[in-house]
Design a protein around this ligand. Structure first.
Ligand code: ZN
Ligand code: FE
Ligand code: FE
Ligand code: ZN
Length: 269
């Protein structure tokens, strides 16, 4: 059991082809953990075939049905409908269509693709992290991340310092990458997540690093804690560590989302 009041809004389903556990199973686990709410946020479909780690457009109805089935199975648990959307500027027309296709509670903005078409977190590109100056990868990533925040499409953004996943980081003070992102969050009112999946990757730390959280807290940027679960056992994982970091940095509030409305609530203990 977790302390009362936690939510987990970053949860995947088998429709993305690299996760296991259907929403009904996650809902059961959420009740066991004592989560106050959960939300599904599978990788968004594209308008046409794109890569092998997301649902197809024709599968969207199944996604909605699977979330409805979880709501029916756990009527006491608020279950939100979200989407983890890859920020790719050329797909806006499709996003319009997608946006109007369901009563979304929130959209999460993510940068997995760099402008050169490589995926910053995909194991098939791990050698690129070894062979390229991390400075170049981080610069490209954070520039895209700022654009993602400023695009106006998203309620919060995912795993801020994702390029550290395999343990490669530029030298020196990394706050130079964080500051423009935090300014963009401040300007737009977009929130960010503490994503506990980093604890399970080679970098062995939360996304984002403490320095990001300190700067964001000082700027008054809203935050929420998510697991990015791709399996039922990962739901709520690492939440004690995450809330400890937030409290250490001075946070006393988190946010929830309902139909795109941001609701401030006290941070759980
Ligand atoms: Zn995924
Ligand atoms: Fe992601
Ligand atoms: Fe995710
Ligand atoms: Zn993710």
């Amino acid at each position: 059991m977790l302390a009362p009041g936690f939510t987990d809004y970053h949860v995947h389903t088998p429709l993305c082809r690299h996760a296991e556990g259907w929403p009904v199973e996650f809902a059961q686990k959420a009740l066991e953990l004592g989560l106050a709410e959960i939300g599904f946020s599978d990788h968004n479909p594209m308008s046409a075939a794109f890569d092998d780690w997301r649902m197809l457009r024709e599968e969207l109805p199944r996604y909605f049905e699977s979330v409805e089935a979880a709501r029916a199975a756990a009527p006491a648990l608020p279950i939100r409908l979200g989407l983890e959307v890859d920020y790719l500027p050329q797909t806006e027309a499709w996003w319009e269509e997608l946006r109007s296709s369901a009563p979304w509670d929130y959209w999460i903005g993510s940068v997995h693709y760099l402008p050169d078409g490589t995926e910053v977190d995909h194991p098939k590109y791990i050698s690129r992290h070894r062979e390229t100056d991390p400075e170049l990868i981080w610069s490209a990533y954070w520039q895209a991340y700022v654009e993602c925040i400023r695009s106006g499409w998203f309620d919060f953004v995912a795993h801020p310092d994702l390029p550290k996943k395999f343990g490669y980081r530029p030298k020196g003070d990394l706050r130079r990458f964080y500051e423009p992102a935090i300014q963009a969050l401040l300007d737009t009112g977009v929130a960010y997540e503490i994503n506990t999946a980093g604890l399970r990757k080679d970098c062995r730390e939360l996304y984002p690093a403490r320095e990001f959280v300190e700067l964001a807290r000082a700027a008054g940027v809203p935050v929420l804690i998510n697991s990015d679960a791709h399996a039922v056992a990962e739901l709520g994982a690492g939440f004690r560590e995450a809330v400890g970091l937030l409290r250490d940095c001075g946070y006393a509030e988190t946010v929830r989302f309902e139909r795109g409305k941001k609701i401030r609530v006290p941070l759980p203990e």
